[in-house]
Design a protein around this ligand. Structure first.
Ligand SMILES: [Zn+2]
Length: 440
């Protein structure tokens, strides 16, 4: 360090210049080296005393102390060397390093601090981008693969913790979360495809309509609150109140997941509750099952889209007539919540084309089935949201921007790990996770 400072001052004497970037970088390297040296000293463990040279082994036998073994570990100040006792069980031939478990570096070359960085950059951007961030921001050289492995391992751990909480939640009566009453609490759900490697779609039938065969559906849910509304009466979301949860999983599994999230956000103390989604059947099945009594709302813009699809079928290549038809059906019926009239009108639409008739029938069924979820004037009078914009934006920011970049193909396990990690971070729970990990 003194040598380095000497060189810096010599440079200034010689040419009067100070290359700040070169100096700060050199200083960081020097400080890292000094830190890694100090850490290496701290990580020299001693052989256990004679009377403590046995440890219970998982097989039921005893593992015996053998020797001190040395190995490197990458810390936030660079590579350090640790030297710690090694125990060996001569019955099952399993070795043990108790110090590794105590330091949370079991089976990894990366310290908790480095893994936290890798997880953070790995949830945010492609893994090679993360490698670059580690180098520039932290002065640490790691491989893209190690960012991937660590981010996925941490994400898998978060996902496993969540799954345990979900399993507990369905077995027990959940404790009521105490807190301020919540005027309005929303649950929104949606699905979005993520590109996966070939083996993840093999032998799967009934892929989501309109999605290419190489994707699997992520079910994403969000929960947010509303305390007031704008002057004009429009719903306003409480800032920073949105949390997300999701995975590639069955509708049944996802139902339990979103239920727990809503519960943790205060479902039981919300004065008014609303579930918003598009027309997908799994959404309403879950709403009926887990959120009975909630106001159910079909996203108005999806409903309008259904009318537009039908308008194009009924009056192909005739935009003027399409618009007139939309005016009569959307503005006067759908937007006014007059769904019975809309269904009647659709069913009486004249056509001789079998395909068109089939489309009319499907759409009329859709509106009929969802009639109670389309009373938009009634919802608006209560200052409720009538669109699922929050979850649709979530599908883009939480899932799309990280998991749907070109050239990405995920395993279901890898995608679910990154989704869990990303939600944990976006929900502001990443710190909690590391604190719990440290306390464990
Ligand atoms: Zn053993």
């Amino acid at each position: 360090m003194n040598q380095l400072l000497g060189r810096i001052f010599a440079q200034r004497r010689n040419n009067g210049g100070t290359d700040l970037e070169a100096i700060e970088s050199a200083l960081r390297v020097a400080l890292h080296q000094a830190g890694a040296g100090a850490l290496s000293e701290l990580l020299q463990f001693e052989a256990p005393p004679q009377d403590r040279r046995q440890l219970p082994c998982a097989c039921g036998h005893q593992a015996r102390y053998q020797e001190l073994r040395s190995r490197p570990v990458l810390t936030v100040v660079g590579w350090a060397q640790m030297n710690r006792p090694w125990y060996f069980c001569d019955r099952c031939h399993e070795g043990q390093f108790p110090a590794d478990e105590a330091l949370d570096v079991k089976n990894t070359y990366f310290s908790p601090g480095v893994r936290r960085m890798q997880a953070l950059v790995g949830q945010d951007a492609p893994f090679d981008h993360g490698r670059e961030q580690m180098k520039i921001l932290a002065g640490l050289e790691v491989t893209a693969k190690s960012v991937e492995r660590t981010a996925e391992a941490i994400g898998a751990n978060i996902a496993a913790n969540e799954q345990r909480a979900i399993d507990r939640a369905v077995q027990l009566d959940l404790p009521v979360i105490v807190g301020k009453p919540i005027p309005i609490l929303y649950v929104q759900m949606d699905g979005t495809g993520v590109p996966v490697v070939k083996k993840e779609t093999e032998g799967r039938k009934g892929k989501t309509e309109g999605q290419p065969a190489h994707t699997r559906e992520v079910k994403l849910g969000c929960v947010f609150t509303q305390t007031s509304w704008a002057k004009e009466g429009y719903a306003v979301r409480d800032p920073d109140s949105t949390t997300y949860t999701g995975a590639i999983e069955t509708a049944e599994e996802f139902g339990k997941r979103i239920y727990l999230e809503a519960w943790n956000r205060g479902w039981s103390r919300a004065a008014k509750k609303a579930v918003i989604g598009d027309g997908a059947e799994w959404i309403w099945n879950n709403a009926d099952l887990h959120f009975p009594g909630a106001i159910q709302i079909v996203d108005l813009y999806h409903a309008r889209q259904h009318l537009w699809d039908l308008a194009r079928k009924l009056h192909p290549n005739d935009l003027t007539t399409q618009k007139a038809w939309i005016k009569a059906h959307q503005k006067r019926l759908l937007d006014k919540g007059k769904i019975e009239k809309l269904v009647l009108s659709l069913r009486s639409a004249p056509s001789t084309n079998a395909e068109v008739l089939e489309k009319i029938r499907t759409e009329a069924d859709y509106f009929e089935r969802n009639a109670e979820r389309m009373r938009y004037p009634k919802f608006r009078k209560q200052h409720l949201f009538v669109g699922s914009g929050v979850i649709e934006a979530g599908c883009k920011t939480v899932i799309g921007s990280r998991l749907k970049q070109s050239g990405m193909f995920w395993t279901v396990c890898g995608a679910n790990s990154i989704i869990a990690l990303r939600c944990s971070h976006l929900n502001g729970r990443f710190e909690e996770y590391w604190e719990a990990r440290r306390a464990a």
